[in-house]
Write a protein that binds this ligand. Structure first.
Ligand code: ADP
Length: 624
């Protein structure tokens, strides 16, 4: 097929996978907290206790100052110092256990998120993944989940502890002296404004960065996957230009988030000093008025000023922690929105309707557009009508881009028509759930996936209840005798270590899956196109065993497949232009006859009358 690699790349504005909105993200976060509520509450309680223990030290330092000022002895100072030491120890221990519980909560919750993501990804219809591009799904499953996990494991507990400390410290300053507390909070207002400014801009910037990275991953992986096609068609410059645009977009998005931080961080650094200076100034004045002692309304003791200043100096530590993680929190909120968004994507239907009444496949007035979401969709199938008789072998032929593969996808229920219907036994094929669909129709292409798993599990995908005997029989049927030589038989891990699974073996595994699924109809699309001629012959023997007794719709790239078929459907520009037996179509002298002659290497000539079938078949070597 020409330009196959290029064609499969999704259109620029193809349907993206959805991103969750803020309320959905909040609900999902609350649900995750509820699922491990005890650990969350435990971490919360320990954090509060640790923060409370941390408050006692500065307060006692103030008491020491006052005691010394009042001429107190060394004994009293020693007692205070001992209590300060014990409080610091208690804070350390409580903080350590709070962190431990918090981290465990984070690990368990990220495991839940990963499991949910896998479930949701598996529930996506193949067409939704294809349209959105695998890069987006990969980015959500890797960098986005990692960002969320880091937040839950590290950033979450740290920010939580820091927030509790900030709250307690500010509360303590107010409790010591409301006026000094007011000065401190006023001094902190710079941080508030700078952070607000940042938070207003950051979510959109981080979302844009995540999206730009997804597009970049998609463009790079599509280019790498289609490298041969790119080379074959001399598309290097075009692909380089596309990659450059994606890199440039990712760079701009990254610069935007970096520039936001270059404003936030300096503003915050300056803001730390302001409350301490304000408290020392105001406290110094009030304390001077009082002559250093605690006398008169509004006057404060030197000890109180020292305690307040110490508290406010202590603020820089938790606030630093918050700001250090604020970027992580922002980006992980955007990541969480993307991870949660998968839950909003269309899911594979759970089929509960009637089972197909028979094996007859009907295509009625079918139109299909890959860009059906657009205002003016471009139909690549138009008004196709076709009835496939049970047990028949139908070949679909036509020039590249005629719509053959698209028709194959609709017949296999991968996509649903924009207009008209594709039914099996009167039930729409695309409505069937995966289990029911597998029993009816299976699409065999040249893409065979072998999972890093045992031979058995690779095959059970097609028939979860199959016994070892059935699996062996299926492997026998497709001639996969190499299985017998594997060190651990069906328990051998494929795709890992020594066991090589080349294209031909991967295809045998795929065909063995078809045998196990046992559908009545097979759609073959380029099933053996990528294999070398020797392997292809071997594969075709395996294929022949699989086709036995089934309805077969073969998208034919070599016209001898068409010649051997019961009927041939000719497609051109999205329409079914001819339908009949090979001989009848050759005799009719229409587009198929033309195609046949040009493929067969004969000069164009007027149609000949049909001859008896046995003698009319032109001979041609099987391998091309
Ligand atoms: P054939 O199998 O006959 O070569 P296809 O069914 O693959 O034809 O393609 C029919 C038309 O649909 C072509 O114009 C092709 O460019 C377009 N097309 C195929 N796949 C996609 C896709 N994934 N997204 C958008 N357009 C596509």
């Amino acid at each position: 097929m020409t330009a196959g690699g290029e064609r499969r790349a999704p259109a620029a504005d193809s349907a993206h996978l959805p991103v969750a909105g803020a309320p959905q993200v909040r609900r999902a976060a609350a649900r995750l907290i509820r699922q491990d509520g005890r650990a969350f509450a435990g971490a919360l309680a320990l954090n509060v206790l640790a923060a409370a223990a941390g408050l006692i030290g500065p307060w006692l330092v103030g008491r020491i100052v006052n005691t010394v000022g009042a001429g107190g002895g060394v004994d009293a100072v020693d007692r205070y110092a001992l209590v300060i030491l014990m409080c610091a120890l208690a804070q350390m221990l409580l903080g350590r256990y709070a962190r431990l519980i918090g981290h465990r909560f984070g690990e368990r919750t990220s495991a839940r998120i990963r499991e949910q993501l896998v479930d949701r990804a598996l529930a996506l219809p193949a067409s939704a993944v294809e349209r959105a591009g695998t890069g987006d799904l990969t980015a959500r499953g890797t960098s986005d989940v990692t960002a969320v996990s880091t937040t839950l494991r590290d950033a979450g507990p740290d920010v939580f502890i820091a927030a509790a400390q900030v709250l307690f410290i500010v509360g303590a300053v107010f409790a010591l002296d409301p006026l000094l507390g007011g000065c401190g909070v006023l001094g902190l207002s710079g941080i508030w404004f700078a952070t607000r400014w940042y938070l207003r801009r950051a979510p959109a910037a981080y979302l844009a960065e995540g999206e730009a990275n997804s597009v970049l991953a998609e463009v790079l992986s599509a280019t790498a996957a289609g490298a041969r096609t790119v080379e074959a068609f001399g598309l290097q410059e075009r692909r380089v230009a596309v990659c450059r645009t994606a890199v440039e977009r990712a760079r701009r998005a990254r610069l935007r988030t970096l520039s936001l931080r270059t404003v936030l961080f300096p503003a915050v650094e300056v803001s730390y000093v302001v409350p301490v200076v304000a408290v020392l100034l105001v406290g110094g004045l009030l304390s001077a008025d009082a002559g250093g002692g605690a006398a008169g309304p509004g006057a404060v003791s030197l000890g109180t000023v020292v305690s307040c200043a110490l508290y406010l100096t202590q603020l820089s530590h938790p606030l630093d922690a918050v700001l250090l993680w604020v970027e992580q929190l922002q980006s992980s909120e955007a990541s969480f929105a993307r991870v949660e968004g998968l839950g909003l994507a269309p899911r594979l239907p759970r089929y509960e309707g009637p089972t197909p009444s028979d094996d007859r496949i009907e295509v009625a007035r079918v139109s299909y557009a890959y860009d059906s979401g657009r205002a003016a969709p471009r139909d690549v199938l138009r008004g196709v009508d076709l009835t496939v008789r049970p047990g028949e072998r139908l070949a679909v032929v036509g020039p590249s881009g005629a719509g053959k593969s698209t028709l194959g996808r609709l017949l296999a229920g991968v996509d649903r028509p924009r207009a008209g219907s594709v039914t099996v036994g009167t039930v729409p094929v695309a409505d069937l759930g995966p289990d029911e669909l597998r029993r009816q129709v299976v699409l065999v292409t040249q893409e065979h996936h072998v999972f890093i798993d045992t031979v058995r599990d690779n095959l059970l995908i097609a028939a979860p209840a199959a016994t070892d005997e059935e699996i062996r029989a299926a492997l026998d049927a497709v001639g996969a005798d190499w299985i017998d030589e594997l060190p651990e038989g069906l328990d051998t891990e494929l795709g890992a270590g020594e066991v090589r699974v080349d294209g031909a073996r991967a295809q045998q595994l795929a065909l063995a899956r078809v045998v196990l699924a046992d559908p009545h109809t097979l759609i073959l699309d380029e099933a053996t196109a990528l294999l070398d001629p020797a392997t292809a012959r071997h594969a075709e023997r395996a294929l022949a065993a699989v086709l036995e007794g089934r309805t077969v719709i073969a998208i034919a790239h070599r016209l001898d497949t068409a010649r051997d078929a019961d009927r041939v459907a000719v497609m051109d520009d999205g329409r079914l232009t001819e339908l009949g037996t090979h001989d009848a179509l050759v005799a009719a002298g229409g587009p198929y006859a033309e195609l046949w002659r040009s493929w067969h290497g004969e000069p164009s000539r007027p149609p000949e009358p049909p001859e008896p079938q046995e003698s009319s078949e032109p001979s041609r070597p099987a391998a091309t």
